[in-house]
Design a protein around this ligand. Structure first.
Ligand SMILES: [Zn+2]
Length: 240
């Protein structure tokens, strides 16, 4: 391949990526995908992308007519914020005597390695039903199967897809990765192309940060295995 052909093939490749990219005109290795950019977020205490909020509000209004009061308790999260969550859990597990591998395996039952959270994209929401004031941890599976949030779960299972919201971490036994999260929904119209771009641009190679506790265990092999089992261990409807 001569120099011209080589350059053309690079340009060709980047055009291919850009053509169905949400981040058109932005450089490769998009920092937004790992929670390091400045996404177009809504106002209000819990942040999500403005375009996601629009669809969310339509869904919220429809649910309200049937007596369900959907409230987002977690939305957009930056790399920095995910790192704080990760490190806090790591220190806690360390105190209980877990070795680094046990520690990481425990954290990744529900939480993600910084730079790999779908919450970085502004397309993900963790939701509860505000009609029920319950004490303690809200985001527990049992709350979505008793009188607290069961009506919300059933309504979402029946209706959320009409607004583009899909559950990534289903109860499906054949699914690998994170445990079942009946509270976590993804705005598929954006999150599907984001995931595609994340994988194509090999964003997993860009998350290195010496401040992540246990970083020495997060080798390239580990991270690619984690990508296969966890990042891609979601409902098939959300794969590209
Ligand atoms: Zn979540």
């Amino acid at each position: 391949m001569n120099r011209f052909e080589f350059i053309s093939s690079i340009i060709g490749a980047s055009i291919k990526i850009s053509s169905n990219s949400i981040f058109f005109n932005q450089k490769e290795n998009n920092p937004l995908l790992i929670g390091k950019g400045f996404p177009d977020l809504n106002k209000g205490p819990i942040k999500i992308l403005k375009s996601v909020e629009l669809k969310f509000n339509q869904m919220k209004n429809a649910a309200k007519k049937e007596g369900i009061n959907i409230k987002i308790v977690s939305g957009y999260r930056s790399f920095q914020r995910q790192k704080l969550i990760w490190n806090k859990k790591y220190l806690n597990n360390q105190k209980q005597g877990l070795n680094p591998i046990e520690n990481i395996n425990k954290i990744i039952q529900y939480s993600t390695i910084p730079g790999t959270s779908r919450h970085h994209w502004g397309t993900e929401i963790d939701i509860i039903d505000e009609n029920h004031n319950i004490k303690g941890d809200l985001l527990l599976e049992k709350n979505y199967y008793d009188n607290s949030f069961e009506a919300l779960r059933l309504w979402m299972e029946k209706n959320s897809y009409k607004y583009g919201f899909i559950l990534p971490y289903t109860k499906d036994k054949n699914r690998s990765g994170f445990l079942y999260e009946p509270w976590h929904y993804s705005y598929s119209k954006l999150s599907i192309p984001f995931l595609e771009e994340y994988i194509q641009l090999k964003m997993i190679d860009k998350i290195y940060d010496p401040e992540i506790l246990g970083i020495e265990m997060l080798t390239k092999d580990f991270l690619y295995e984690y990508q296969k089992k966890f990042i891609l261990g979601i409902d098939k409807k959300l794969l590209f």
